[in-house]
Design a binder for this molecule. Structure first.
Ligand code: ADP
Length: 995
């Protein structure tokens, strides 16, 4: 009933009693299919609907009955009839009615119940419930009716009693009235008698007035008769009569009113009689009703007994129902479990099937994989072996080539020598004599030194071919030109090459933070190739890549170096890096200067590197080196310049010219002046505006400024940057110093080590490739996408790369913008970088997290050289939106790997990247996309143009890629410039000493 009130159907109504049992059918428990919504409804559903309608009708009837008690009884009977009707319907239903089922169950026993199907059982229970409900309702209505009838009977009885009382009152009044009537009649008779008596005595019946008049007459007469006593008594009598008469008069009036009352009473009696008769009839009616109700109550009592029986049955049924419900619940549960199980079984079967298929295939794949892995392993091993073999062959080959070259050269030189040594016979003696005299003349005329004349004379004496040839060549030239040619002959004879020692804080790939490391190795190798003796001195960091050092060994010797008033031991290690000889200095200082797990960024960096600078010079001095050039780099080894001139030149390390290269004027290493004393420099001498005093923080000393002042050659890493740093805006406070020393300052564009950065031989790539075969580049792109979990859905989707230190100089806000802009334009972006600036590192960590699982963006915030190579190879474009850039190597490496640079026009970027749309630049030099203003619009412009060309003109793009890959970014020409600078400086020095 609760459910019905709520407009819900009880859950078991979903099971149609007449429906065939289908325990495995999903429809059975599908609420949407539980009630048919088409024309052919199940009988039980129809019956239920009728019953509900009946119940609703009855509800309405009850509602009306409450207002109209006259029809209440009839309504109650009507309801009973409805109930009976419903009951009959239930019993007559062809479906298994609940009652029938219940009796059947009672009859057959509980065992049968277990055999009954749950569906039927639920139907039966449902019907039994309905019947019980009907019987209860009928019983309630009958009881209600009985109560009403009894109360009605009581009120009628009360009414009858009232009427009887009123009847008795009316009878008493009638009696009283009849007595009063008799009394009135008596009074009337008396009155009549009195009137007659009056008439008899004094006149006839007259009016009262007349009587009054008579009375007054009598009174008058009385006065007359006063004397007469008789008359007196008569008048007394008359007076009494008069008063009596008056009293009678009042009585009569009262009687009259009583009479009218009596008449009214008669009328009331009549109405009362009518009422009484009406009451009698209604009494009769009530009695008949009473008898009917008595009959009904007897019926009810029988119903009661029936009801009791039914209750007993119901209780039985209830028990059975409870049992059945439990069983049904269990059955439902079992069914549900069954179904769940079935579903699970189905699923399991499906997955089993899939699994067996998968297993079969995966077993195959596994086997295949294993095989493949074994093969790969074998191949790798073989590859490694063959690599090793190749490497050893290459080494052997290189060595043998070198040997061959050496022997060839020595043979050549020997033959040259021999040829040279062999006296020239085909020239007349006059020629030689003339030559000798010319030389002597130059000496006498002070055109050459005697020391220079001696080897020249010797050459003539030996009839040397070189002097003969030189003279023949200079036949048409001026005397000065002949002299210089002759002098060159003796200088080239004296020096086979330069001895250059780099003292630096970085060297790629063993200790590299940025471009400095690349320059030291690249320039060193290039100079070495040019026939110079190049050596490197480095700190021995704990965090170096030791696996990239060959033949590392510690020397059985210690170098003592001065620091803070004491001498400290330094262990010296040697090894080769990229074919260059390297000295590693390991200070035995308690502060463990290079045992910090990082290259820079320590509190005592000034101490660490001033210590190293001095220890390096100490090493050169103690080993007895006589270098032509000591080349120091950046502020970390800038101390070398003042140390050399102040301390080591006097000590005998005096053969060198000092070259200082500043790779970035942002980092100057300024510190309180007193700190300079630690490495033995004279603070008082150096803390001066024209020496090492910082140009803005006057209490500080500036190592870079010291190197500019005390070096013979000062360079920076690109011509544009050299211009920029000579302005107040770009010089970071050193522009005035640079302008003052401008003669020895110039910018030489860095190169890259094209052997180390070569996509054709790069072992870190998945596939090596060249400009003529770009398929390998595409394969690297696909492999890197997989490696970084980027979408590979669209091969042609452009990939933008960026490899950088994340510092403000690099335009970090523009890098961040480029990430989002690339995404907007449908590209992919990979950033490899790390930052020494905590807030920038945090910011990029936030962005990296934001795009952690993004299919188009990946940020890798660390230093990883092998990944950097992969990114160069995989990317289509390479972004460098620097605010300033001394040189920048990444644009060159990117181009060598076929990635088109998108750069801001500044510093070295301006000297190496030329816009494809810039008509002022010859077409063959155009190689990338540039923008001038370091803001988002500027960047967008360049990026949009790059995307546009990439998306819309793949042919031109490919040509651009190929052209870029073939550009010569090697150190060759840059090294030549350094060579020239070194040579000039040495020549100047020689010229100075000879003077
Ligand atoms: P800077 O010297 O100002 O750092 P350069 O462009 O001159 O910039 O040189 C950067 C060099 O450092 C390049 O060789 C570049 O590949 C490398 N590099 C920068 N950041 C990373 C990194 N996170 N992982 C690997 N290599 C890096």
């Amino acid at each position: 009933s609760y459910n019905r009130r709520q407009g819900k159907k009880p859950p078991f109504e979903r099971i149609r009693p007449s429906a065939k049992l289908q325990p495995n059918s999903d429809d059975e428990f599908d609420p949407e299919h539980s009630v048919p919504n088409n024309g052919d409804m199940e009988p039980s559903v129809n019956r239920e609907k009728t019953f509900e309608d009946d119940v609703d009708d009855r509800g309405d009837a009850e509602h009306t009955d409450e207002k109209n008690s006259g029809t209440q009884f009839a309504s109650a009977i009507e309801t009973n009839r409805d109930v009976k009707h419903a009951d009959e319907q239930i019993t007559d239903s062809p479906a298994q009615s609940a009652v029938a089922k219940a009796s059947a169950i009672n009859g057959v026993g509980a065992e049968l119940l277990s055999s009954v199907q749950p569906d039927d059982l639920i139907g039966m229970i449902k019907n039994a419930e309905r019947n019980i409900l009907l019987l209860n309702q009928a019983r309630v209505h009958a009881l209600e009716d009985l109560h009403k009838i009894l109360s009605e009977k009581e009120t009628l009885k009360g009414e009858i009693n009232n009427l009887e009382k009123r009847l008795a009152e009316a009878d008493a009044q009638i009696k009283f009235a009849s007595q009063e009537k008799v009394h009135a009649e008596l009074l009337e008779d008396q009155l009549e008698n009195l009137q007659n008596e009056l008439i008899n005595r004094g006149g006839s019946g007259k009016s009262e007035l007349e009587l009054y008049e008579n009375r007054s007459k009598i009174s008058n007469e009385g006065a007359l008769l006063a004397r007469d006593g008789h008359i007196h008594s008569l008048s007394k009598e008359v007076d009494s009569l008069r008063t009596e008469n008056l009293a009678l008069k009042y009585d009569i009036q009262a009687l009259k009113s009583m009479l009218s009352n009596l008449k009214n009473t008669d009328k009331r009696i009549v109405t009362l009689e009518n009422e009484s008769s009406f009451l009698e009839t209604s009494m009769k009616e009530l009695e008949s009703k009473l008898s009917v109700s008595q009959q009904e109550s007897s019926n009810i009592s029988t119903l009661k007994t029936e009801c009791k029986d039914l209750w007993a049955k119901v209780e039985n049924l209830q028990l059975l129902l409870d049992k059945a419900t439990k069983q049904a619940d269990q059955a439902i549960l079992v069914l549900q479990q069954n179904q769940d199980l079935r579903k699970k079984v189905d699923k399991l079967e499906e997955s089993l099937e899939a699994a067996t298929i998968f297993k079969a295939s995966s077993e195959k794949t596994q086997q295949y994989n294993e095989l493949m892995q074994q093969k790969i392993k074998l191949l790798e091993e073989r590859l490694q072996k063959s690599d090793e073999e190749i490497y050893s062959y290459v080494q052997l080959y290189q060595e043998s080539i070198k040997e061959f070259r050496d022997t060839l050269n020595s043979l050549k030189e020997e033959s040259k020598k021999r040829a040279l040594d062999e006296p020239v016979d085909d020239m007349p003696w006059e020629f030689w004599s003339c030559l000798l005299l010319t030389i002597d003349g130059w000496v006498l005329e002070n055109k050459i030194l005697n020391s220079e004349a001696v080897p020249l004379r010797e050459m003539v004496w030996k009839r040397d071919r070189r002097i003969c040839d030189a003279y023949v060549i200079c036949k048409e030239k001026t005397e000065d030109e002949v002299i210089s040619t002759f002098l060159q002959l003796i200088s080239s004879q004296a020096s086979p090459g330069l001895h250059v020692i780099h003292i630096a804080a970085e060297m790629a790939p063993v200790a590299k933070v940025g471009g400095l490391g690349d320059v030291v190795t690249g320039l060193g190798k290039a100079l070495q190739k040019k026939g110079h003796l190049v050596e490197i001195v480095l700190p021995k960091y704990d965090c170096m890549q030791y696996d990239r050092i060959r033949d590392l060994r510690v020397l059985d010797a210690t170098v003592h170096s001065y620091f803070d008033g004491k001498l400290f031991q330094n262990k010296v290690w040697t090894g080769t890096v990229e074919g260059l000889p390297v000295y590693f200095i390991e200070p035995h200082h308690p502060s463990k200067f290079f045992w910090r797990g990082q290259y820079y960024g320590e509190q005592d960096d000034f101490k660490r590197f001033s210590f190293f600078s001095r220890a390096a010079l100490e090493l050169l001095l103690q080993v007895g080196k006589k270098p032509d050039i000591i080349h120091c780099h950046d502020w970390q080894t800038a101390f070398v310049a003042p140390l050399y001139w102040d301390l080591y030149f006097p000590k005998g390390l005096n053969s060198a010219r000092i070259c200082f290269t500043c790779h970035n004027f942002e980092y100057q290493g300024a510190a309180p002046a007193s700190e300079l004393a630690s490495c033995g420099l004279d603070v008082q001498q150096l803390h001066r505006p024209d020496r090492m005093q910082d140009n803005s923080a006057y209490d500080r000393v500036n190592p870079i400024k010291g190197a500019i002042v005390f070096s013979n050659i000062v360079t920076t890493v690109s011509p544009t940057y050299a211009q920029e740093v000579r302005t107040a805006e770009g010089g970071k406070g050193l522009h005035s110093t640079l302008n003052f020393h401008s003669k020895k300052f110039m910018g030489i564009l860095n190169g890259i080590d094209t052997d180390a950065w070569d996509p054709a031989t790069d072992i870190f790539l998945k596939v090596q490739y060249t400009a003529n075969d770009l398929q390998g580049k595409a394969e690297n792109k696909a492999a890197m996408r997989r490696h970084l979990r980027l979408s590979s859905a669209d091969d042609s989707q452009p990939l933008v790369g960026c490899i950088t230190r994340l510092v403000p100089q690099k335009g970090v806000h523009l890098i961040r913008h480029a990430i989002y802009r690339t995404l907007e334009m449908g590209g992919q972006f990979v950033l490899l970088g790390s930052s020494p600036v905590p807030h920038i590192q945090r910011e990029f960590e936030g962005i990296a997290n934001q795009f952690q699982d993004h299919e188009h963006i990946r940020l890798i915030l660390k230093y990883d050289e092998s990944l950097s190579r992969y990114i160069y190879a995989a990317s289509d474009m390479f972004i460098i939106p620097s605010i300033f850039e001394p040189c920048g190597l990444t644009q060159m490496i990117a181009m060598r790997y076929g990635s088109v640079p998108i750069v801001r026009k500044t510093g070295g970027l301006n000297d190496s990247v030329f816009d494809v749309d810039d008509d002022t630049i010859p077409y063959q030099y155009r190689n990338g996309f540039t923008f001038a203003t370091p803001d988002e619009q500027g960047l967008n412009g360049a990026l949009d143009r790059a995307f546009n060309l990439y998306n819309n003109d793949s042919e031109t793009w490919q040509q651009l890629v190929q052209k870029n890959m073939n550009i010569d970014f090697s150190w060759h020409s840059s090294a030549s410039q350094y060579e020239e600078l070194y040579a000039k400086s040495i020549a100047r020095a020689r010229a100075a000493t000879s003077r």
